[in-house]
Write a protein that binds this ligand. Structure first.
Ligand code: PLP
Length: 814
């Protein structure tokens, strides 16, 4: 891309303030963290319900970005820059993408539907890539933002596009159609996913079909309901295994690990074999077969290529590696777009000084190899990659372009040399296309722990944060509580995400937790709820701010503050209004004032109290009394000390139930992790943590046989018993055993039978389709931690924070 800024102004209908006239735009960004931002970037400052990228503009100007599409020009701009002011920056991004898309005239496949979009896209990419230079949406970039960004990555070497479109409500598809402008349409299916955004199924069908308003052909499963909604001028190309009037008809035979489809199309009969047996995969495969038929492929090529289809892994995963390394596992794809995405992702993870990239040959960039690897080399420099390990015939030829590189012809050669390569305390990005089988590299580098993992969805954390922010007044600050290892979810990774979202404060329980965060590079202000006197000195060293709750503790802190000759060191004064845990009682406040008055070593940064029962509405009166006492006591301190500190009292349920008590800041805790006491609110939050394990062994027992210690389960008939390697030492309460609780295997509930052991538990999987090695959900969406808490008469907080540190945490983004 190379477009003068002046040409973009009319395209997005902007009012422009141009200070630098000759700017040429070569790339587009919406992510302030991306290392790809530079003086050729056009930055679109997107605004979400609670997210406003205008706050990053000054940071970006400092990094050299000169061109911005904005809703308004922020005050106090650091330096000269061009501002294109529009009513809606998202629409402007879409309009720009639509203009850019129209500059190219090759065929573009547009895929939508309720399920299977990404798989169909990835499979088509694999099937067609021997013959085309394909541009496709990276990962599952199919949203109002993801689609324009995918389209903007087209370059002059591409000759086929495959883009997916996902929508959640009406009005969205028309905009995506304008951006994608598909010439070939694929409708995967219409299921019940995301129904909330539509009044009924017919509205949903009509909306989805808008993607195909201008296609030459629409490929779909033959379906009378959907066809009834289609305009007569749209030509369809349909398949079915039931309806012989479809253009393509097939019959299937299933075997253990593959299926054979006998296909009839016009006068042609042929059979294909695919390495899947489930219906969803067959459906996805048929969409690909029809696309290939439509594009003129013969049965032989179709047969040979579909026989090599593979499962698609869409997520970037972060894993703990050997020797204290952090792995970013993207071992299933290696196009240039997704390399850029993976490098940005790396930038957001735990920072080791050393960064290594393990890279295979890159396919279908649309660029010549020279240009491609020159660009890769630029990326490697801007992301400060210290070492590149090249694997594959092509990338090896370009290894001289990378500063510090090691090369291998094949993955096997790498594995032979593995012991000599010395991976230690570094971030390793593993990026390879499927045929290189980099999963073998991942398994060498991965820290070996047991098969139980707690998966943390980082997107859901952002979602939940934004949800709670939407309940706040614009000026209300947010402190997020990341105590107890981020409520069991991991502290550093979450803190880093929160820093990006520019939350105002973090709260931890003890100094050690704050020190850990500082050591990992978190520089947000951090309040320590329960600072022990022995840790004051190291707290000061790490710039952690104590909560002060008693005269004794205050005096101890002041003594150290004097020794260290501190000035204006921030402290937080806690008032007790009825929790009766920590804090100054009202009667002590005059004494507190007499000590603090005139002191210059410290500064009262905030005054806080804590609600004892904000989640229990029957204690409403009590809570209101707490709030009014807080108002009185804090006002007294402010008046006597002539200060104007931040005041805060609300925790998560306080935010929801006492919006009038937001004061200047709130302290968000459990809600961030997707938990709420409120039935309605639960549906607006997203589940963050999923605790998973796998079945170690399955056996069948008969009437009268028992399971586990003390023989507390007795079989009443033939019972299929599965053993799962997680027990009370991992944090699964024994109270959840003996038929009280369950795990989920293949979407079905399997009751826990017998007593939960230290490291294992047994479940009844009679009638459930599973084998040794099948994955099991201990908690997540179902059972949720709320369900478990109810079942064993405790609170979700205890379930989350009990999960032992020996359970590996894996963080991912969708
Ligand atoms: C833990 C904690 C919070 C957060 O509470 P949630 O109910 O998890 O939102 C807020 N304030 C204090 C003082 C806390 O200890």
């Amino acid at each position: 891309m190379s477009i003068p800024i002046q040409n973009i102004i009319p395209v997005i209908e902007a009012k422009a303030t141009i200070e630098l006239v000759d700017e040429i735009i070569e790339n587009v960004s919406i992510d302030s963290r991306s290392q790809q931002n530079n003086n050729k970037t056009l930055f679109f400052a997107l605004v979400g319900p609670n997210h406003d990228a205008h706050i990053y503009i000054n940071d970006l100007i400092d990094k050299g970005v000169n061109n911005f599409v904005v809703n308004y020009i922020p005050d106090n701009i650091n330096d000269k820059a061009n501002f294109l002011v529009v009513d809606n920056t998202l629409f402007a991004l879409q309009n720009f993408a639509s203009y850019y898309r129209a500059l190219f005239s090759f065929p573009v496949i547009g895929v939508t539907g309720s399920n299977g979009k990404t798989i169909v896209k990835e499979w088509l990419n694999f099937l067609l890539s021997p013959d085309y230079n394909i541009i496709r949406s990276p990962k599952s970039y199919n949203s109002q933002v993801g689609v324009p960004l995918s389209v903007i990555a087209i370059n002059e070497h591409h000759n086929l596009g495959i883009f997916e479109a996902g929508i959640s409500t009406i009005g969205e598809m028309v905009r995506l159609q304008k951006v994608i402008q598909p010439t070939i349409g694929i409708l995967t299916n219409i299921g019940s996913a995301h129904d909330e955004g539509f009044v009924d199924i017919s509205q949903k069908i009509k909306e989805k079909l808008k993607l195909f308003s201008d296609v030459e052909v629409l490929i779909l499963h033959k379906n009378k309901t959907i066809e009834a909604f289609l305009k007569s001028e749209i030509k369809t190309f349909t398949w079915s295994s039931q309806d012989r009037s479809a253009d393509v008809y097939y019959q299937k035979k299933s075997f253990d690990n593959h299926s054979v489809l006998n296909i009839t199309y016009k006068n042609l009969c042929f059979s294909i074999s695919i390495p899947f047996t489930d219906d969803a995969s067959l459906e996805n495969c048929m969409h690909c077969v029809l696309t290939m038929l439509y594009m003129g492929y013969n049965d032989e090529i179709i047969q040979s290529r579909v026989s090599e289809l593979f499962p698609v892994e869409m997520r970037l995963k972060v894993k703990n590696g050997i020797n204290n390394c952090t792995l970013i596992d993207d071992s299933y794809s290696s196009d240039f777009q997704s390399l850029k995405i993976a490098l940005d992702f790396l930038e957001h993870q735990k920072q080791h000084k050393k960064r290594t990239l393990i890279l295979s040959d890159i396919f279908q960039s649309g660029l010549s190899d020279d240009e491609l690897y020159a660009r890769v080399s630029q990326l490697i420099i801007s992301y400060k990659i210290k070492r590149v390990i090249c694997i594959g015939d092509t990338v090896v030829k370009f290894k001289h372009k990378f500063l510090n590189s090691i090369s291998f012809q094949s993955t096997k050669d790498f594995i032979k040399a593995f012991e000599s390569l010395d991976f230690d305390n570094e971030t390793i990005l593993i990026k390879g296309s499927r045929q290189f089988e980099f999963e073998n590299i991942v398994s060498l580098l991965e820290e070996k722990t047991h098969e139980t993992v707690l998966e943390i969805n980082l997107n859901s954390i952002s979602h939940n944060l934004n949800y709670f922010k939407s309940k706040l007044k614009p000026k209300t600050k947010v402190m997020v509580m990341v105590k107890a290892f981020g409520y069991g979810s991991g502290s550093y990774e979450i803190a880093r995400l929160l820093a990006h979202h520019k939350v105002d404060y973090l709260g931890v329980a003890f100094a050690d937790e704050g020190i850990e965060l500082r050591k990992a590079g978190i520089d947000l202000p951090i309040m320590v709820l329960n600072p022990e006197m022995t840790s004051f000195s190291s707290m000061i060293q790490y710039n952690l701010e104590p909560e002060i709750y008693s005269i004794r503790q205050l005096k101890a802190f002041l003594k150290i503050a004097d020794q260290k000759e501190l000035t204006n060191y921030p402290i937080h004064v806690k008032i007790n209004t009825g929790m009766n845990r920590l804090g100054f009682d009202t009667e002590i406040l005059p004494e507190l004032v007499s000590i603090l008055k005139g002191l210059t070593s410290i500064k009262v940064k905030s005054i806080l109290s804590h609600l004892a029962s904000s989640d229990v509405l029957s204690h409403n009166e009590f809570t209101l009394k707490q709030i009014s006492d807080f108002e009185k006591d804090s006002s007294f301190l402010m008046k006597e000390l002539k200060i104007n500190p931040i005041r805060h009292i609300c925790n998560t349920s306080g935010i929801s139930n006492y919006p009038e008590a937001q004061y200047d800041m709130v302290r968000l805790g459990i809600g961030l992790y997707g938990v709420s006491n409120d039935e309605d609110e639960i549906h607006l939050l997203e589940n963050v943590g999923t605790l998973k394990s796998v079945i170690s062994q399955i056996r069948e027992i008969h009437e009268g046989e028992s399971v586990g210690y003390s023989r507390r389960f007795m079989a009443e008939g033939k019972t299929k018993v599965a053993t799962i390697p997680i027990g009370y030492a991992d944090g699964i309460s024994r109270a959840w055993g003996n038929g009280v609780g369950y795990v989920v295997v293949n979407n079905q509930q399997a009751p826990i039978i017998g007593s939960i052991c230290m490291d294992m538990l047994m479940v009844d999987v009679t009638g459930i389709n599973c084998t040794e090695g099948t994955s099991v959900i201990i908690f997540g969406k179902d059972p949720s931690v709320v369900t478990i808490a109810k079942g064993i008469k405790t609170i979700p907080y205890e379930i989350l924070t009990s999960i032992s540190e020996r359970v590996k945490r894996v963080f991912y983004r969708e």
